[in-house]
Design a protein around this ligand. Sequence first.
Ligand code: GDP
Ligand code: MG
Length: 166
Amino acid sequence: KSGFVAVIGRPNVGKSTLINSLIGQKIAIMSDKPQTTRNKIMCVLTTDNEQVIFLDTPGIHKPLHKLGEYMVKAAEGTLKEVDAILFVVDATEDLGGGERYIMERLQATKKPVILIVNKLDLIDRQSVLPIIEKYTKAYDFAGVVPISAKEKMNLDSLLAELNKYL
Ligand code: GDP
Ligand code: MG
């Protein structure tokens, strides 16, 4: 199985750390070269079960100026071409306007969106479920996987969930 996957989320939620951790445990090729003006390959991950091309998707955030508006359109173009979307959120931060804005944009894509609740290592076990409930009330996710990108927790579950949509 193979496919294209967009990794989205507010700055500092752990997108780069996630990609690095996936590369750390599997064979991957990193690329910083822009493929087009509107998307960029973060890495190509090859495992026994799948080959996944992860795309960075800048510009999904609320635009602050005209260039921002262009980037939002470009990001939406990228999302039209992928097989699945990983929406990464920070478990230590409340669901806020930044996330709501992104989820509104995602509605239009009609693509499977997997919620990745990151930084599991920083929160109590019992607070995981309430966080997930908040997000799933706000959006109809195809799947939900709590992880710690930094501690490499539950990354196999992430790949297994992703595999369904490739
Ligand atoms: P990005 O802006 O979404 O690419 O976020 P980064 O990958 O650059 O991560 C932002 C910060 O969060 C960095 O200081 C990371 O070390 C930290 N971070 C990312 N993932 C985790 C995690 O799972 N646990 C903890 N404790 N910190 C994390
Ligand atoms: Mg980053």
